[in-house]
Design a protein around this ligand. Structure first.
Ligand code: ADP
Ligand code: MG
Length: 251
């Protein structure tokens, strides 16, 4: 798989790296995440998997700064601590099919903070086209958001999350509601984006079929990290079988 181009000798060295150290999240006295330690390098695609209620979204919220935690989350590049810029693609929001808002309107509201009823300028249209080109989605610019397929919507949300370019991209269940063809397209796109812009990508997923071909590291979470490693290592592990109740009951 694509190893981080900045990695030296297996350690972090001067590589750009997100370090999650001894992270614990408690909600109402209950420990939801217990002592999580995880390093992610630029250019790496990491899949966070685990059964429902395992704490995947809670970990994402902690990284986004939306949830209090004990421990530390730091980002460094070239040996120096830096402010982490995150592009976030939330779990597919629902859009009304009848809603007249176009992809162009959505972008002008989000990027230029301009009300959708004001017609976009030529420069705005050019900027939005540039953003959509990053996900090969230029042809979607005048489509109504409510009529996009699951895969097209994910690509549009991905293009939004990439403006301005972040250090890290986080996607919550990007493959749910996307057909098999759309899934391959999206995973190819993530592959392209992480190597082109050298950013790290963390995604949660319940679709394990795409992991081996695209992902560098799989993290199996169930309150604590049960196992992390290559897709094959994690998917063939006893921890994976137990977490997803796939054990046959034998010794
Ligand atoms: P996942 O995304 O893996 O399905 P979550 O992170 O959403 O899991 O939830 C992990 C656990 O934390 C669940 O038991 C859930 O009930 C609990 N939890 C999450 N958010 C809250 C909250 N705001 N209040 C109380 N419990 C919560
Ligand atoms: Mg979740």
């Amino acid at each position: 798989m694509n190893a981080c181009k900045h990695l030296h000798g297996g350690g972090c060295g001067d590589a750009c790296c997100l370090k999650i150290e001894n992270l614990t999240v408690k909600i109402g006295g209950e420990t939801i995440l217990d002592n999580i330690n995880l390093h992610m390098h630029c250019g790496q695609l990491v899949a966070l998997i685990g059964p429902n209620g395992a704490g995947k979204s809670t970990l994402i919220r902690a990284i986004l700064g939306q949830r209090e935690y004990e421990g530390s989350i730091t980002f460094q590049t070239g040996g120096k601590k830096e402010k982490l810029r995150i592009g976030y693609v939330p779990q597919s929001p629902a859009f009304d099919r009848a809603d007249p808002v176009s992809v162009l309107d959505l972008f002008t509201c989000c990027i230029f903070k301009r009300p959708a009823f004001l017609p976009p300028t030529k420069q705005m249209r050019a900027k939005v086209t540039e953003c959509l080109t990053r996900v090969h989605g230029e042809s979607l610019i005048d489509k109504r958001v409510g009529t996009l397929s699951g895969g097209e919507l994910q690509r549009v949300l991905l293009a939004l999350a990439l403006e301005p370019l972040p250090n890290m991209l986080i996607l919550d269940e990007p493959l749910s509601g996307v057909d098999v063809e759309g899934m391959e397209l999206l995973m190819d796109m993530l592959d392209e984006i992480r190597s082109k812009y050298d950013l790290s990508i963390l995604m949660t997923t319940h679709d394990f079929s795409t992991l081996e071909a695209h992902v560098d590291q799989v993290v199996l979470l169930q309150s604590s990290i049960l196992r992390k490693g290559s897709p094959l290592d994690v998917l063939n592990s006893d921890e994976f079988a137990r977490a997803f109740h796939m054990t046959g009951g034998g010794a």
